[in-house]
Design a protein around this ligand. Structure first.
Ligand SMILES: Nc1ncnc2c1ncn2[C@@H]1O[C@H](COP(=O)(O)OP(=O)(O)O)[C@@H](O)[C@H]1O
Ligand SMILES: [Mg+2]
Length: 239
């Protein structure tokens, strides 16, 4: 199976061991849709994505990928079903070159698809023979994102992919991800601290506060809701 899938999360409570971090989270993204997840530091955004991927412990709730509950499946099995995850920690194989990292992300796709990664991030093309451990933080971020995108996940979970990237590269990445959803290749859930960029990108947004979803709706509505922005994202979070 390929192409964008829908994601529907119902009553998801998750955490680490017995500790509950995310409580009763529910939201849905249509196939080919873009959802932003916003919230201050420490409210549980990373834990939410990790739980979707099977990397944090789920206590309750359903995770439907194209209508099929994947919540009881292992992380590799979720990946096989089409869930892709770019963690906040920049997941690269440090001893491999840039190109070897990208090849590892191809899955069954032909090597010729590597040009897509170099089109998305020309910088990676310039550094294709460089060992990943020698890349800057921003370049490792690009590599981590490009490797996962190359595998064409049906639903892509991105945890702060813009961190460390220059503004012009942020613009290009957002545009490339936008195209991948518009063409029906991917559905995207974006956790981001750059609130304006996230609201520009996503049709819908959920805002988390202390483990719970406290606001959800169309992104333009949040943009005009200054009170909710100040309350849940902080004064001056958005101009
Ligand atoms: N591996 C872990 N074990 C226990 N608690 C954790 C772990 N990772 C994060 N936490 C706690 O979970 C809460 C939410 O963290 P996180 O999901 O990283 O928030 P965010 O991504 O919104 O900044 C924090 O209180 C954090 O200390
Ligand atoms: Mg986080």
């Amino acid at each position: 199976m390929s192409g964008a899938a829908s994601l529907e999360v119902t009553g998801l409570t998750a955490g680490y061991g017995a500790t509950q971090i995310v409580e009763e989270a529910s939201f849905a993204v249509a196939a080919g849709g873009r959802l932003a997840v916003l919230g201050r530091n420490g409210v549980g955004k990373t834990t939410l994505l990790a739980a979707l991927m099977g990397l944090a412990r789920r206590h309750e709730g359903q995770i439907l990928l194209d209508g099929q509950d994947v919540a009881a499946l292992s992380t590799p099995e979720r990946a096989r079903r089409g869930l892709g995850y770019v963690p906040q920690t920049r997941d690269v194989f440090r001893s491999l070159t840039v190109e070897e990292n990208l090849v590892a992300g191809l899955k069954e796709r032909p090597r010729s698809a590597l040009v897509e990664a170099y089109a998305m991030f020309p910088r990676l093309g310039e550094r294709r023979r460089q060992t990943a451990s020698l890349l800057s933080g921003g370049e490792q971020q690009m590599l981590s994102t490009a490797r996962t995108v190359l595998g064409r996940p049906r639903v892509l979970l991105l945890d702060e992919p813009l961190e460390g990237l220059a503004p012009v590269i942020c613009d290009e990445l957002m545009a490339a991800l936008h195209r991948l959803t518009e063409s029906g290749d991917m559905t995207i859930v974006l956790v981001e601290q750059q609130i304006e960029r996230a609201l520009d990108f996503a049709q819908d947004t959920v805002v988390m506060d202390r483990g719970r979803i406290v606001w959800s709706g169309p992104s333009p509505l949040l943009r005009s809701d200054q009170a909710s922005i100040e309350r849940h994202l902080g004064v001056g979070a958005f101009h």
